[in-house]
Design a protein around this ligand. Sequence first.
Ligand code: NI
Length: 128
Amino acid sequence: MEPIALSAALASFTEPWSPRIVTAVNDYDVRVAKVEGDHVWHVHDHTDEFFLVLDGELHISLREPAGERTVVLPKGSVFTVPRGIEHKPYAPAPTAILLFEPTGTLTVGDRHDDVPDHVDATTGHALR
Ligand code: NI
């Protein structure tokens, strides 16, 4: 194992909504992704999902029991989407995020709307 500069990891790929696995902690992956535009409504039935905004601004729409709302995460913000809550991330401009979730977690969750071409349905790719 060697240290990994997140800036170098982010510079190593261009595809949006296509996370790269930078390291693992016990049975969790740490992933980074470049994002822009809409992701897709989806839900993780069995795991919370942690977001850290490295650069730019991430919006996450949530369908909670009390109704729908959108949280806005400026650079440097963290937010955890609880398991079982349908959510749709969105970035108004090029943004970089870090995700922390169990190894094998699909980006589009256990249930999701139709996945558009610009969204990669993946459990994360290895860094090259
Ligand atoms: Ni999710």
